[in-house]
Design a protein around this ligand. Sequence first.
Ligand code: ADP
Ligand code: ZN
Length: 646
Amino acid sequence: MNDATVLEEGVLSAAHEVLREVFGYPHFRGPQQPVVEHVCAGGDALVLMPTGGGKSLCYQIPAIVRQRQGHGTTVVVSPLIALMHDQVGALHEAGVDAAFLNSTLTGEEAAQIEKRLMRGEITLLYVAPERVTTPRFLAQLDSMYARGRLGLFAIDEAHCVSQWGHDFRPEYRALTVLHERYAAVPRIALTATADALTREDILERLQLQDARAFVSSFDRPNIRYTIVEKKDPTTQLLRFVQGEHAGDAGIVYCQSRKRVEEIAQTLCDQGVNALPYHAGLDAKVRQQNQDRFLREEAVVMVATIAFGMGIDKPDVRFVAHLDMPKNIEAYYQETGRAGRDGDASDAWMAYGLQDVVNQRRMIDESPAGEEFKQVQRGKLDALLGLAEAIDCRRVRLLKYFGETYAPATGTDDAAAAGETSRSPRLRCGNCDNCLSPAQVWDGTDAARKLLSTIYRVQQSSGITFGAGHIMDIVRGKKTEKVAQHGHAELSTFGIGAEFSEQQLRGVLRQLIAINAVHVDAQAYNTLALTEGSRAVLKGEVPVQLRVSSAAAPADRRRRTGSRTTAAKAPVELDAAAQRRYEALREWRAEVAREHNLPAYVIFHDATLAAIAQRAPHSLDDLQGISGIGARKLEAYGDEVLRVVAL
Ligand code: ADP
Ligand code: ZN
């Protein structure tokens, strides 16, 4: 064995030791191990991991290892000031010396922390980017650097440095000073934003060209994707929330503030613990609602996209979209807030004709240049393709991000679900289309009838009309408007009498989605033919639609058991274990309140469920349960034993 191997093994066992002892986790997840090894050994790194991938440990473990080895403090740069308190609280619970410096502290408090920093007592220091580059803070870093007490820089949410990213922060640009001034200190930059443009920008802007890049799969296997046809969205949402997620925490995204208020109210009326969140609310109310979402159990946040950045609550069980976002990036980021803890979660969206029309209109009406609009249209088309898809949603999502879906080995659900179909297509087994392969009907004929009608109407009247009127003509309905315009005389009047309005609506939605029909937002949403219409008329583009089931979606939950308000454990528990689980949750809520921290910071649900299942009688029995590190065992072990013995 040469020296290098010995050194590497030393680093690895030190890192493993910290993983087990401090965090109580038996294994590294995904690419955590190589990242941690590389950074512990003093290398620079760029880490691209999806939300919930486990980025925090990628710098927290090296921070602890390097502090133990005498390299000094790790400085974590993060724009998420509102979350620093809880992040640091979580580290304290694990027995790690951590602190934050930001504008929420009084001068006195900040001075205390600076003193401890200078004494080398802090392992991880969280700071906002605007503070890092102040002369005062740089002077402190200078002093630490001169004494060799600056161990690592971690730059979280690194996409903020790029104006291509969605959260550009000019202060991030100034962070190059860290490299210029403290060249010997390793740096790790982390982000969940994956696109190539942003990634290149991060490397260049932060001068990380020589850093090793760690790119992990963006698949979120525990999230189940479902996209339903929007009929009566409020009822559909209620059915989803109450039927499949009673007693769970979740997020419901709506497009407008007004809609947020309405939906939050409706959910409350139905006994769901729902809160609104949008930019129109008073800042204090917003903060309060966010705190309640983080701290209380089973709160449903009804929000505009103003909500969610940096929310690291691990046990969000569902993200529902009542309105379609503007592209797949946004959809993936928003749905990614579900299931960070790795337990089964749902991404559910109701989507309809109006969504397509709205999104197209927003692009058309935006003041941006034509080139930019073209890009936005392309991105919208990709999302519409996903919504209309009858094949695996996950395969499509990952493909959009340049990844080929590779099913995890050993899970054969996918094969089982697809057994009846002869299609050799890749399927994930955990999206609506894989779980209940859509029955499709050929809408080509209906599409042609709709297109010809739009054409005839335009020819005979010289103007165009909206969707409702066009469908009435196709179905041969003698409405007042039809009579008024003499449209019953058209050769296409009643040519599609065999189709239901719902069927035609679906066809129209798809025609708009594939740009074979244009909706003119400036003229009362009237319909017009496009370049793309001809191919459909000629039958060159097949129009395939799912047969929409009027019936309620079957309860497809993996967890069975009664659908009561009782807390559901992430694994199935027998009656006695369920009682222990609930007792543990009550105990946890109390501790969390005392410590002014969210419950999941004390123990995750999965950890409580594992304890409940094991029915421990001694501290030894608790050892090795995932999520119980040395400090928590010491602090809570006896109490936990008492609670489960009751
Ligand atoms: P990200 O910042 O990438 O979104 P986090 O660092 O918040 O993800 O991690 C997500 C969740 O996964 C956290 O609750 C964390 O405790 C848990 N986690 C991370 N790494 C591991 C691991 N190796 N084993 C078990 N749980 C882990
Ligand atoms: Zn699938």
